[in-house]
Design a protein around this ligand. Structure first.
Ligand code: ZN
Length: 280
């Protein structure tokens, strides 16, 4: 099971939970957390109030294999499993206890294509979550994730943000940029530092606030067989109504139903999993 690093100031305050490698091949949040853990241990970052729990590698088996997951996508099964059937359901049963025991959750991920821009998910735009978003160093945010999974029930959406929301917690997911880019580690690090400064966990000046552009998700496409994209799409590229975005494994063209943006195109998506999203 995952290893956690807990720093308790001994004073009342916010309990922050920082997650990395919920997907085993996404290491930006892991590297950033280890750097900050070392700075706290060495005394170059000082605790001020509350408690910080770091889990740099949530899915250790997937991390060892440098894969997104071992059996099933962990970020679709974050709920209680009375009889856990696989690696990820066992992890979910432990992770939900950590989420239930925090006040603020920051879940750090990364994306599939070089030059991907960093962004945040704000699945539940409550006042608390919007305040949290305002200290995340990104220019873009995505809303509407729960609604598109409600519309397309082929894949469940039990993600960390949903579980945090169910427990009444503040929580966001940050996609820090391309998996292998050093900038993604910097985004992860600045996100963590800003959040811990904002909630007075660390003795630092309050961070600057931003107002990212919010794109609302409209739909997602599931990959079937060996489909391909019609061009080398980048995350947040514009798409025009009628544009053929991809051709499915059975030869069916997938077209944009309206002007908008393509979100997280994943050329390496597995058969039966999310391939790309559309939003506006
Ligand atoms: Zn991820």
């Amino acid at each position: 099971m995952f290893k956690k690093y807990v720093f308790d100031s001994g004073r009342p305050g916010c309990r922050c939970l920082i997650l990395g490698a919920v997907h085993g091949n996404e290491t930006a949040g892991t590297l950033a957390q280890h750097e900050i853990i070392n700075r706290i241990k060495s005394g170059s970052l000082k605790l001020k109030s509350g408690k910080i729990t770091f889990i740099p590698v949530v899915n250790e088996a997937a991390r060892r294999q440098n894969r997104r997951f071992v059996d099933v996508n962990l970020n679709r099964v974050i709920c209680f499993h009375p009889t856990p059937q696989n690696n990820e359901e066992k992890i979910a049963n432990e992770l939900i206890k950590e989420i239930a025991d925090c006040d603020v959750m920051l879940d750090l991920h990364s994306t599939h294509c070089p030059k991907d821009k960093a962004f945040a998910f704000i699945d539940y735009p409550t006042a608390d979550n919007l305040r949290l978003l305002s200290v995340i160093p990104v220019n873009e945010a995505l809303a509407g994730w729960p609604a598109i999974y409600e519309k397309n029930k082929s894949i469940d959406n039990f993600c960390t943000e949903k579980y945090a929301r169910t427990c009444g917690k503040t929580g966001l997911t940050v996609e820090c940029g391309y998996h292998k880019s050093p900038q993604a580690v910097a985004v992860a690090k600045n996100s963590i530092i800003n959040v811990l400064a904002y909630f007075d966990n660390l003795d630092l000046p309050k961070p600057a606030t931003t107002a990212p552009r919010i794109t609302t998700l409209d739909s997602f496409a599931v990959k079937h067989g060996t489909g391909h994209f019609c061009r080398n799409y980048k995350h947040l590229d514009p798409v025009a109504k009628g544009e053929v975005i991809a051709v499915d494994g059975n030869g069916k063209p997938l077209t944009a139903p309206a002007d908008g943006r393509i979100i997280m195109p994943n050329p390496d998506a597995a058969d039966g999993s999310e391939w790309f999203y559309l939003g506006h």
